[in-house]
Design a protein around this ligand. Structure first.
Ligand SMILES: [Mn+2]
Length: 312
């Protein structure tokens, strides 16, 4: 690695401000990136992220990164991650995950933080307000027609195809970007309603949308969300929950969907056409994974940091 490499790990932390300065001042908008890489949940593992970027020889002037969300919490360096991804500007796209919404909810006083959280450094930072403003202006769904991929943090209910998912995403994003967004964060944490109908209104409608994009793992064949299920053994329950991407006749079966959130899902065993799970458990001492869009080559590094266990 050359001494001018922006991701030189030997002084990664000392030179954070220099790195960001350079990226902000030299990083022109990318009209046609050389490569686009989708990267699984970072969860505060900043130095592991830098090692992965080093491995793929990421150049912010030429390449673009997609992040599956949950940039923060669990790992030790959530503050640096936010500054870094924000500083990448048009070279990075992230969708919001449940931990990102949780950070916003804690900051808004809508929920109390937990002992295992590692977001205190963000809340105490001089640029906290600016970082959180940026964060709540990130999308919950990203779609690229040219590349042909769609990215969410968690999943989609079986009733939504691309157009419906895009509409629902823009509905939720407009609320998060509104001045009274804190009111919504106060009613976010409830698994009900668990089933989509077009007539859902108000906070119930928004909560269903947020639960799909940021929390979903299992649902039944009718699309009833089962947010209490985390593992495959849960499929034995009488509602016959299945992973959201294995519901028969789902409206999104022709889409290519990139997502995170589900570290215990075995990517190699998933083998569902068009389904790309990228959370490989970085914050729990697992691997960190990037997929190059187009040829779908996988790059991974083993993570060095074992952090607090908890919900993915
Ligand atoms: Mn998550």
């Amino acid at each position: 690695m050359s001494s001018t490499d922006p991701f030189d790990l030997n002084d990664a932390f000392e030179s954070m401000e220099q790195i960001l300065d350079r990226l902000i001042h030299e990083n022109e908008p990318l009209e046609t990136p050389r490569y686009t890489y989708a990267i699984g949940d970072v969860q505060g593992c900043f130095d592991d992220l830098l090692r992965l970027l080093d491995k793929i020889e990421f150049d912010p002037a030429k390449d673009r990164l997609w992040f599956t969300g949950d940039l923060v919490n669990k790992g030790p360096n959530s503050l640096n991650i936010l500054r870094f991804v924000k500083g990448l500007r048009d070279s990075a796209i992230t969708v919001l995950g449940n931990h990102d919404l949780y950070l916003l909810a804690v900051a808004a006083g809508a929920v109390k933080d937990r002992k295992s959280d590692t977001i205190a450094s963000i809340l105490a930072a001089h640029d906290c307000e600016e970082l959180l403003f940026w964060l709540r202006h990130q999308p919950v769904l990203h779609h690229d027609d040219t590349l042909g991929y769609t990215m969410v943090h968690a999943g989609l209910p079986p009733q939504w195809g691309l157009d419906a998912a895009l509409d629902r995403a823009r509905e939720l994003e407009s609320v998060l970007q509104n001045a009274d967004f804190e009111e919504f964060l106060g009613v976010l944490y409830d698994p009900k309603p668990d089933r989509w109908r077009e007539g859902l209104e108000g906070q119930a409608r928004l909560r269903f949308i947020a639960n799909c994009f940021t929390q979903l793992r299992y649902c039944d064949r009718a699309g009833r969300l089962d947010l209490s299920c985390k593992r495959r053994t849960a499929t034995k329950n009488k509602r016959r929950s299945v992973p959201w991407f294995q519901v028969p006749r789902r409206a999104h079966k022709d889409m290519k969907i990139i997502f995170g959130h589900w570290a215990s899902l075995d990517r190699k065993k998933t083998r569902t056409t068009g389904i790309y799970p990228l959370d490989t458990g970085c914050s729990n001492g697992g691997k960190f994974t990037a997929m190059r869009l187009g040829d779908e080559q996988i790059f991974s590094t083993r993570c060095r940091i074992k952090s607090h266990p908890g919900l993915g």
